[in-house]
Design a protein around this ligand. Structure first.
Ligand code: WT7
Length: 652
């Protein structure tokens, strides 16, 4: 954990929106305060009321069993998440309402009503069962953003198979690591997916991944009709299975703590962590947060732009929206294809009412210019959201003005793969917003800013963001490594969940998240570990040693800079730098490709041999090297690196 510098920014404030106050569920600051207080005094009472709004095959006997770090929620209760997303909505009379509104990158549109989606999910559940997939099996989903991704997730949830969605941008290598770690029996993929006009060859990556880590079966959705290799023993077309399967399926009662999914995310070591979520608690967390934060109304068209390969896609594209009987808009492709106004065109065409996206995307739109959003009628929008990284006030204000027409409140939502659902966010009718602050904790969520010893920090003093009470949608473990779970999240500061973020709390009780305090890098809202990128680089035969650091970036938030010491006798060149960047993309995925490679004869180390990353961070960001360098083993290394940097910046 490094120390936190607290930076104060201008404190502008926008009052809660009146239109929201009239109709919203939490309609004023006083109402929020009262609800928060009530939930804080009696979290179990609060969460059991939330849970009672959902369907349970069997009611729980105990709301919470908490033995730090292990939580069990709704103990003895039985439910089914897919039943709640589908059957339960149909019972409520929403059968004909559009559940998924899909647009592919080429412009193809598909609508699935709750009844149609239910039938597809039942069919696929039967298909999986028919092939021998049983409750508790691990199933990998490596698909583009198409309805089949949601169908596959829901079918797994329905039969009790544990899904692990792997983002389509990950390489064959990353795929096979995850397949091995989770002990996957079945992979669901597609022949391809569309991205910026070309076809992303997913099946090909799966074939390559499975050379190292074989699985029992592969199910292939036909999306692009491109040619794929076929293994008759192992591979099955999705459409063949669906044609043969019945659309009748009774959702079984699953234990509240039945494992629901594993989602891999980067930690501080080279090995990604398989974050495990379970059924009942996760369901309550995403249901309630969607309802309160997005102030869901019957006629909403909710567009969360995240890919289902990330937690945001799980919790808000699929589960949170459907649990609230909301129409969820799913878009397959890039925001700037064929032109930089694709998002605005989609909003105008489908009359989206809520847009939930990442600060990086907003900054890219800003850069592309106002003419693109200005060409379209965005008046259907009533609420805007952001997630994934701190948003700079300039981007926040642009978003509010140009996209929201100064009319739509912005909800800046702080949470993590591990928290399962939104933890800190304004409620649009109740909490005044300030650009750059994610504001207040949701009812039932207890956030504190503390120092290393766990003592509360003073107002506006930087500290560590911790959660000091269990919450229903919290992760239960790191799959296959409970010890790492305990150590990572409950071993840093005594008795509380350690989020890994630095933050401060202002005089109004508003939280300002400043970013990671560990070796996690946040590139465009995607989490990467420095060690993961380092191990990819050292696997290249011409690399001897490497240190990876983050550098602040106006568009992506942070970018990766890699300091590389080549093997003896290797000539460094621009071509080698390009090759190394490509190598990382091939090993992990394009999202991990370093922005810059800097060659160095040696890396600055302490006398005990530890690489001094702090110095490299300063060098990478072009700031003067600060602080104590007296522990540096060989000071000439630093001056050589600094001199090289000066040359580089002269060229620029
Ligand atoms: C990390 C979690 C949760 C969905 C997407 C990312 C950063 C997330 C915010 C926000 C400032 C944020 C944190 C956090 N983060 N939301 N509103 N303001 N920072 O999930 O990949 O698990 O990453 O993203 O650093 O720890 P994730």
């Amino acid at each position: 954990m490094s120390d936190i510098k607290s930076v104060l920014v201008e404190n502008r404030s926008f009052p809660p929106s009146r239109e929201f106050s009239e109709s919203s569920r939490v309609a004023s600051t006083e109402e929020y305060e009262a609800l928060y207080k009530r939930a804080d005094e009696d979290p179990e009472g609060y969460w059991s009321e939330v849970a009672s709004e959902l369907h349970w095959h069997k009611t729980w006997e105990q709301v919470l069993h908490w033995e730090l770090p292990d939580a069990k929620w709704f103990v003895g209760g039985e439910t089914n998440l897919a039943y709640n997303c589908l059957d339960h909505q149909i019972t409520k009379g929403l059968g004909d309402k559009t559940a998924i509104l899909f647009e592919g990158e080429p412009g193809d549109v598909r609508k699935l009503s709750f009844s149609e989606l239910h039938a597809e999910v039942c069919r696929f559940s039967n298909a999986l069962l028919g092939m021998g997939v049983v409750s508790g099996d691990r199933v990998a989903i490596y698909l583009p953003m198409i309805p089949e991704a949601a169908i596959a997730m829901l079918a797994c949830a329905r039969i009790g198979a544990i899904h692990s969605v792997i983002f389509g941008g990950f390489s064959a290598g990353s795929l096979s690591d995850r397949i091995a770690d989770a002990g996957i029996s079945t992979v669901i993929t597609a022949d391809g997916g569309y991205r910026r006009g070309s076809v992303l060859e997913l099946k090909k990556n799966v074939d390559e991944a499975l050379e190292k880590t074989p699985v029992e079966r592969v199910i292939v959705v036909q999306r692009c009709k491109n040619e794929v290799n076929w293994d008759n023993e192992r591979d099955h077309w999705y459409h063949d299975l669906m044609a043969a399967a019945s659309s009748e399926h009774q959702a079984p009662a699953l234990d509240s703590e039945h494992p629901l999914f594993i989602l891999y995310t980067s930690g501080t070591t080279g090995k990604p962590k398989g974050i495990l979520h379970t059924t009942g608690g996760y369901m309550c967390g995403v249901y309630q947060s969607t309802k309160l934060v997005f102030d869901i109304k019957d006629d909403d068209i909710f567009w969360c732009t995240a890919d289902v390969g990330w937690i945001t896609g799980h919790s808000y594209v699929v589960y949170g929206a459907l649990l609230n009987g909301t129409t969820t808009l799913m878009y397959e492709g890039a925001p700037n294809h064929p032109e930089p106004d694709r998002f605005w065109e989609l909003i105008a065409k489908h009359k989206a009412t809520i847009l939930y996206t990442a600060p990086t995307a907003i900054r890219a739109f800003m850069r592309w210019g106002d003419t693109w959003p200005d060409k379209h009628d965005l008046s259907s929008l009533r609420l805007l959201g952001t997630v994934g990284e701190p948003i700079n006030p300039a981007a926040w204000e642009w978003y509010r003005e140009r996209i929201g027409g100064n009319r739509c409140p912005i909800v800046d939502t702080w949470w993590q793969t591990e928290t399962g659902s939104i933890m800190v966010s304004p409620l649009p009718g109740a909490i005044a917003t300030k650009p750059g602050s994610c504001t207040r904790a949701l009812p039932g969520v207890s956030i504190k800013i503390v120092n290393r010893e766990g003592q509360p920090c003073d107002t506006n003093a930087g500290g560590f963001l911790v959660i000091d009470k269990p919450w229903p949608s919290m992760l239960r473990t790191i799959y296959g490594d409970h010890e790492r779970f305990t150590k990572t999240y409950f071993g840093e500061i005594d008795g509380v969940y350690f989020a890994g973020d630095g933050a401060r709390c202002d005089e109004d009780g508003y939280f300002w998240v400043m970013g990671r305090v560990d070796d996690v890098i946040n590139v465009s809202g995607h989490r990467l570990s420095t060690m993961e990128v380092e191990s990819a680089l050292v696997s290249h035969p011409q690399v001897a040693e490497v240190a990876v650091v983050a550098k602040p970036d106006a568009l992506k938030g942070q970018v990766i800079v890699a300091f590389v010491t080549p093997m003896g006798g290797v000539e460094t060149s621009d071509a080698l730098a390009i090759e190394l960047r490509q190598h990382v993309a091939k090993e992990i995925g394009a999202l991990a490709r370093p922005e810059e490679i800097r060659f160095a004869d040696a890396l600055p180390k302490t006398r005990s041999g530890k690489i001094m990353r702090r110095l490299l961070r300063d060098l990478a960001s072009g700031t003067k090297v600060q602080g104590d360098v007296t522990t540096l083993e060989d000071a000439s290394v630093l001056s050589a690196l600094a001199a090289q940097h000066d040359e580089d910046s002269d060229e620029a």
